[in-house]
Ligand binder design. Structure first.
Ligand code: MN
Length: 263
C-alpha cells in the first residue's frame, strides 16, 4: 500500500514538474491535482557534467558468477537468470575520492558486501534483442548490492520473499555514472573488493554467466524497461560480513575506485 501510494505521488510530481519545465512556470501554477507534499527525486551524479541521472527502478540479477552461485548453495549451470528489485530510494551515492559513511542497518547480525558492475539505461522497451541491448545503456558505475544475509537466508528457508534482506535504506550503494561514450562497454575487466586493505572478492567481468546485454534482453521479457532503470549485474564469489568501522574499497578496471566506511 505504501509503495503504491509513493509511486503515485512520485509520478504525479514528475508530471507536474515536467509540465512546469515545458511551460516555464512553477508547479503551483498548473491546473489539476497537485502533490500534497514533495518527495525527493533520486538521482546519480554523472562524471564530467553537472546534469544528473534520474533513477526509475533498480534491478539486480542474482547468482551471476558460477563460483558465487556455488557458495550460495546453488548449481551454476546456465539456468535462466533471476532478478529482484530494490526501492529506488535505497540509492546511496558515493563520490570519487570520498569514503562515505554507510550506516550498519537494523535487524541483521550478518551484513554482507557484494561488489558489482551497474549498467544505467537511457532508453528501454520490451523483448529487446541481445544484439540491440547495449544500445540502451547510457553508462556504467561500480556498485555495492549490500545484503542482510541472515534475513535473506531465513526468508529463503521459509520460502518467503527476500525483500527484507535486500531492499532497505542505503542498500544500493553506487559511484557516479560514467557515460559509455567515455568508457565503452564492459565485457571484461578486473573487479575486486577489499576490507581494511585485505582483498576479499576478486574476479573478472568475463566470468559473468549472463552478460549485461543478455541481462537487458531477459529483463525486458518480464518488464518494460525504461530510461532511468539501472541494473546491478551480480557479484563474484567470496561475499562476506562487515562490522562497524570496516572500510570497503571497490575496484572495477576502467572506473575510479569507490569506498565506504561502515558506521
Ligand atoms: Mn548482488
Amino acid at each position: 500500500m505504501d509503495s503504491i501510494n509513493r509511486r503515485t505521488i512520485l509520478s504525479t510530481g514528475a508530471l507536474a514538474l515536467a509540465g512546469a519545465a515545458a511551460q516555464g512556470t512553477s508547479a503551483q501554477a498548473q491546473a489539476g491535482p497537485k502533490s500534497i507534499f514533495a518527495v525527493d527525486a533520486v538521482t546519480i551524479p554523472i562524471v564530467g557534467q553537472s546534469d544528473v541521472f534520474p533513477v526509475r527502478r533498480i534491478y539486480c540479477i542474482g547468482r551471476n558468477y558460477a563460483a558465487h552461485s556455488r557458495e550460495m548453495g546453488s548449481d551454476p549451470t546456465r539456468e535462466p537468470p533471476f532478478f529482484f528489485q530494490k526501492p529506488t530510494d535505497a540509492i546511496q551515492n558515493v563520490a570519487i575520492g570520498q569514503v562515505a559513511d554507510h550506516p550498519y542497518p537494523s535487524l541483521t547480525k550478518n551484513y554482507h558486501y557484494e561488489v558489482e558492475l551497474v549498467a544505467a539505461l537511457k532508453s528501454g522497451g520490451t523483448n529487446i534483442s541481445v544484439e540491440k541491448a547495449l544500445d540502451h545503456v547510457y553508462g556504467y558505475a561500480v556498485g555495492l548490492d549490500m545484503t542482510r544475509r541472515d534475513l535473506q537466508r531465513a526468508m529463503g528457508d521459509e520460502k518467503k520473499p527476500w525483500e527484507i534482506g535486500k531492499s532497505f535504506d542505503h542498500g544500493a550503494v553506487i559511484g557516479p555514472i560514467h557515460p559509455v561514450s567515455k568508457t565503452g562497454h564492459f565485457a571484461k575487466g578486473a573487479i575486486s573488493l577489499a576490507v581494511n586493505g585485505t582483498v576479499k572478492q576478486t574476479s573478472d567481468l568475463d566470468k559473468m554467466i549472463w552478460s549485461v546485454a543478455e541481462q537487458i534482453a531477459k529483463l525486458s521479457e518480464a518488464f518494460e524497461l525504461k530510461a532511468g532503470d539501472i541494473i546491478y549485474s551480480g557479484t563474484p564469489e567470496n561475499v562476506g560480513p562487515v562490522v562497524k568501522g570496516d572500510v570497503l574499497l571497490c575496484k572495477l578496471q576502467g572506473l575510479p575506485d569507490m569506498s565506504i566506511k561502515i558506521v
